[in-house]
Design a protein around this ligand. Sequence first.
Ligand code: FES
Length: 86
Amino acid sequence: MQKPLFNVLLDDGREAHFQHAATLLESLEAQDVAVHYQCREGYCGSCRVQLQEGDVYYAEEPMAWLNEGDILPCCCIPKSDIKIKL
Ligand code: FES
């Protein structure tokens, strides 16, 4: 098993990790953390969650509307340990 890169704390108290994955969504799915999604490409906004602590990075700027503090797990990767509200 690969070493986790960053810790991902969920608002319900669960802990996951960002491991080597293309996106935060893929990494969470691999750890049985369910996140709603549709397009998986940053268009629909279905996967939107609240980032409460830490920073994420987008390889390409997503098209979906984001409120302040929202992130799209389908197309971002953490840059630090993060805390999210599903
Ligand atoms: S699943 Fe569509 S924006 Fe993330």
